[in-house]
Design a protein around this ligand. Structure first.
Ligand code: ATP
Length: 952
């Protein structure tokens, strides 16, 4: 095999008879023609991409459009109509046969467009959640779409990442990978970069290889991409994975079952109509056609497609509001959410940290300056402190700058620059130029260090990092080991209340003093005082390492420390959060803050944004740890802040709330949050700070990490469900109206009030367009002032079933009434029957077109602005125009068996058509003028109290 072509043949994973896991780093670099340090040149990556194609698993193709179109004609209703065409043809009724054929075609084409659009929107959704990868190209680290990876790319991975292609690790730091998606093995596999010699190793034993689609659960790694796309191990089983996709939402499934029941009922009623008609002397052929048309009209065949469209369009509206739905069924659940559990940092707050206060051995020092701009001063009792000569400040600054992985950079964020309109440059504040790459908490510490005159760059020349004990949300601290002038120093920063447990000394008056109980108490009091002022507080400590002391684990390293001091930073709440929380309260949704931060900080912020009332309760992680599930269940309804929790606590909180009957939305970002996010009814992942693992476990991703976006999504979720109810009501009430008109007429021995072609026309024109317009209707203004609906609620609940039957019945009665009145006035000949049938036809159409406006409101037509939904107005107008055409365009009259109507006829039609809606509307206005007890959430006294916004 030719060496140089190794990267092109993903299948040919042998290089000189060896597979990837048998090569060392140099061998890999040579075979894949890449540089493990600097990566591929961007042009070379482009060239390879063009040559071998994108790194994607080929999706099972969606239905090709032609198949989708033909699919429309496989419907039961179409078969019934085809039967009718054949019989009409055999009996020589060519006009009937041709008209029904036209109807079948138009119906099929409409159905095709509905389904095609629904499918396209769903596919667009998938692309939004496409993964990214961190890759070194041309010597610098960049984030690129995972689909653009090519063999030879150098990929960096960290805990929570999804492995973006098949690769061979060349560096691993405590790496563990969950390969269950590929091998079924649920325990994460520890990976190491060393070369393996055995040739035929099963996948699970190739410890130095990573595979597309598996997840990094711990540690960090660097790997060379060996294979991409369909040639990867995952590609080989891609078909298997795609079969597990969920397709329908519970509502869609329930509606499908409902549809089946309705088919049976419609057929039964139709048979009764036909039998009654024939018994009363109607001609058999006429009754047969009428029966077929009625059956076709009565079956709500458009329902599933309209539900899919309403869901898909709703999901697109959510995307515009920055919420990306990953699982369609969650759209329904969103509307039922009764508790939202949210992280604090970044979701409720801005995650824009600024250090404002220090505490060093009893001294309080205030820090001036704005944002990440590293200019500002340190002031003690109003006087500027000479920071450079102060030993305690110097030590604090060293730990702040060195025990730190962030970077401060000057320059705009690319996206910001793109968004800004030309000519607006001058309005950008000076400070906007400074930004942090990495954790904002650490960014703020770099800024602090610069303000003391100890920049990271100057310290890096004196101290060299030897080892890192990374931050983890369980330990709530991070340490580094640095070498300096032949010695070694350990530097630690983290949650002060936990950090003091590992300190034996304290820096007090520039002296290293034993950390007595009294001094410890003073530190903790200072910590609490800062936390009460809503500051996020970090403690700092260090120790000189004895020569040759080995610190493999963090337990060995982080002990016997010297406590240096405290740093307090503000993280202002997001501006829109307060309003969102008020909205939640009005909507009967409880909000809960879950944070790793200190209880008092959490409480201060929770109060300022209105999550917590004055007498609210904070539960800490340590309290949670000693609580039984029963004890937690007893209090979880009341608690609005959980502080100092570890990710595992989140799962217990979700489960407890669920046991108490709540539908829980829970946010998460880190790997350890994934179980709670998965267990929640609506798991929510952060789009910016969230890991791939959490995103994959989630139902919803917040593109902007913002709490207000969750509330917007809940609002959309409620709106979508109500819209589905609106068009179900419209379609079914219309069908009941059509059936009732025919059924009652036949039972009472009248002639047919509607001819078959008119019934088919009503089904196609009057039912179709307005129903779709209802699917995108605006929400009612009190949508977010109602209690969340129960997830077990029947679609016909809240009197919808009654409304369908009562309005349908009235429409039927009024249509029949107009028909009978006109018939009575006539001379009894065939022409007067056609006249009466035309009046009935116009009444039915008008009654439905008026009723559609009533369907927009859960109360009555008088509660909504008439012209608000422009799609609906357009749909109704076009249906009206088409009806007028059928009545007055001469060539259409014989087809639809109509005659032009006069002024008197229209007066009758208008009155009869208006009765069902206005009669019931007036009734419900009278009925609801007194508000019903318990139908709204009460605004508690505490809730109405103004809350104090936090100022920066
Ligand atoms: P959330 O509210 O989203 O849970 P949080 O920031 O409040 O996030 P964590 O990030 O888990 O919670 O932080 C918990 C505590 O750990 C903080 O109060 C702080 O004392 C400490 N801490 C946070 N970030 C760091 C860091 N980079 N290095 C060391 N300690 C940190």
């Amino acid at each position: 095999m030719e060496r140089n072509s190794a990267f092109t043949g993903g299948d040919e994973r042998e290089v000189e008879g060896k597979t990837w896991h048998q090569l060392d780093e140099a061998g890999l670099a040579e075979a894949l023609r890449t540089d493990p340090r600097g990566g591929l040149a961007p042009e070379e990556a482009q060239r390879r991409l063009a040559e071998i194609g994108v790194n994607e698993l080929q999706e099972k193709q969606g239905e090709p459009p032609l198949k989708l179109l033909l699919h429309q004609f496989k419907d039961f209703m179409v078969l019934v109509l085809v039967g009718a065409v054949i019989i009409s043809g055999l009996l020589g009724e060519m006009l009937d046969a041709l008209t029904i054929i036209a109807i079948i075609l138009i119906n099929g084409i409409l159905g095709f467009f509905q389904e095609y659009r629904a499918e396209r929107s769903l596919r667009a959704l998938k692309e939004l959640s496409a993964p990214h990868a961190k890759v070194i190209r041309g010597g610098s680290l960049d984030t690129v779409p995972a689909r653009s990876l090519v063999p030879g790319d150098i990929v960096m991975l960290e805990s929570g990442d999804r492995i973006p292609a098949d690769l061979r690790f060349i560096d691993c730091q405590q790496l563990a990978v969950d390969e269950s998606a590929l091998t079924g093995e649920s325990v994460p596999v520890v990976k190491e970069p060393h070369m393996l010699t055995a040739a035929d190793l099963p996948l699970g034993d190739r410890k130095n290889c990573g595979y597309l689609g598996t997840m990094v659960t711990r540690g960090t790694a660097k790997g060379i991409v060996t294979t991409t796309g369909m040639k990867t191990e995952m590609g080989k089983i891609a078909d298997l994975i795609q079969q597990t996709e969920e397709a329908e939402t519970p509502l869609q499934r329930r509606l499908e079952q409902l549809g089946k029941i309705l088919i049976v009922i419609s057929i039964l009623l139709t048979v009764m109509v036909v039998v009654a008609g024939v018994l009363h002397g109607q001609p058999l052929y006429g009754m047969f056609l009428a029966g077929v048309s009625l059956a076709v009209a009565a079956i709500p065949e458009g329902l599933p497609a309209i539900v899919t469209i309403a869901l898909a369009l709703g999901v697109q509206r959510m995307i515009r509001r920055r919420a990306i739905v990953r699982k369609l069924p969650s759209v329904e659940t969103l509307g039922c959410a009764s508790v939202i559990c949210s992280d604090k940092t970044g979701t409720l707050t801005q995650n824009q940290m600024t250090v404002t206060r220090l505490w060093l051995g009893g001294r309080r020092i205030d820090v001036t300056g704005e944002g990440y701009d590293p200019t500002g001063q340190l002031k003690e009792a109003g006087r500027t402190v000479e920071a450079k000569g102060d030993a305690a400040i110097r030590r604090l600054a060293q730990v702040a700058a060195l025990c730190n992985n962030a970077e401060l950079a000057r320059g705009e964020k690319d996206e910001d620059a793109k968004k800004r309109k030309p000519g607006k440059e001058d309005t950008v504040p000076e400070t906007a130029d400074w930004r942090v790459k990495g954790d904002p908490t650490e960014g703020a510490l770099l800024v602090l260090a610069s303000k003391t005159g100890h920049s990271r760059a100057s310290l890096d020349t004196l101290y060299r990092r030897e080892k890192e004990y990374p931050f983890d949300p369980d330990r709530k601290r991070m340490s580094v080991l640095v070498s300096h002038q032949g010695g070694q120093l350990l530097m630690t920063k983290g949650a002060p209340d936990l950090l003091v447990e590992h300190c034996e000394y304290v820096l007090w008056d520039n002296q290293i003093t034993p950390f007595t109980a009294t001094l410890r108490q003073k530190v903790l009091q200072a910590n609490e005082a800062m936390a009460k002022d809503a500051l996020r507080v970090l403690g700092f400590a260090y120790r000189d390492l004895k020569s040759h002391e080995v610190c493999e684990t963090n337990e060995q390293a982080e002990r016997g420390l010297v406590f240096v001091g405290l740093v307090g930073m503000i993280d202002p709440p997001r501006k829109e959060v307060h309003e969102a929380i008020v909205k939640c309260r009005q909507a009967g949704i409880k909000t809960v803050m879950i944070t790793g931060d200190h209880g008092l900080t959490a409480e201060a912020i929770a109060k300022s944004i209105g999550i917590m009332q004055r007498d609210g309760r904070v539960v800490t992680g340590s309290e949670l740890s000693v609580m039984s599930d029963e004890q937690l269940d007893r209090i979880s309804d009341e608690v609005s802040v959980y502080a100092r929790v570890s990710p595992e606590h989140k799962l217990r909180i979700v489960q407890s709330l669920q046991r108490n009957g709540h539908v829980v939305a829970m946010t998460g970002d880190g790997v350890n949050d994934a179980p709670a996010v998965k267990a929640a009814d609506i798991g929510i992942a952060m789009g910016i700070t969230g890991t791939d693992v959490t995103k994959e476990a989630s139902a919803l991703v917040l593109a902007d990490d913002n709490f207000a976006t969750i509330v917007a999504a809940v609002e959309e979720g409620r709106g979508i469900y109500e819209n589905i109810r609106k068009f179900i009501r419209y379609l079914l009430a219309s069908n009941v109206g059509e059936i009732m008109t025919m059924f009652l007429a036949m039972m009472m021995g009248f002639p047919l009030p509607l001819v078959p072609i008119q019934i088919l026309w009503v089904n196609l024109v009057t039912d179709g367009l307005p129903a779709m317009a209802l699917g995108v209707d605006q929400a009612e203004s009190d949508l977010m002032r109602q209690k969340p609906r129960s997830s077990r609620e029947n679609i016909f609940a809240r009197r919808l079933g009654w409304k369908i039957i009562s309005r349908g019945l009235l429409i039927g009665l009024c249509t029949l009434g107009a028909f009978v009145l006109t018939l009575r006035e006539g001379s009894g000949d065939a022409a007067s029957l056609v006249h009466a049938q035309t009046v009935a036809f116009a009444t039915l159409v008008m009654a439905q077109l008026i009723h559609v406006f009533d369907c927009r409101s859960s109360r009555s037509i008088f509660h909504r602005r008439l012209l608000e939904n422009r799609f609906l107005v357009l749909a109704v107008l076009s249906s009206l125009v088409l009806m007028v055409a059928v009545l007055y365009v001469e060539p259409l009259q014989p087809v639809f068996k109509t005659v032009p109507l006069g002024f008197r006829d229209w007066a009758l039609v208008t009155v009869a058509a208006g009765i069902p809606t206005f009669f019931m509307g007036i009734g419900s206005v009278l009925g609801t003028s007194k508000p019903k007890k318990g139908s709204k959430i009460s605004y508690g006294k505490a809730a109405a109290q103004p809350t104090r916004p936090l100022s920066r």
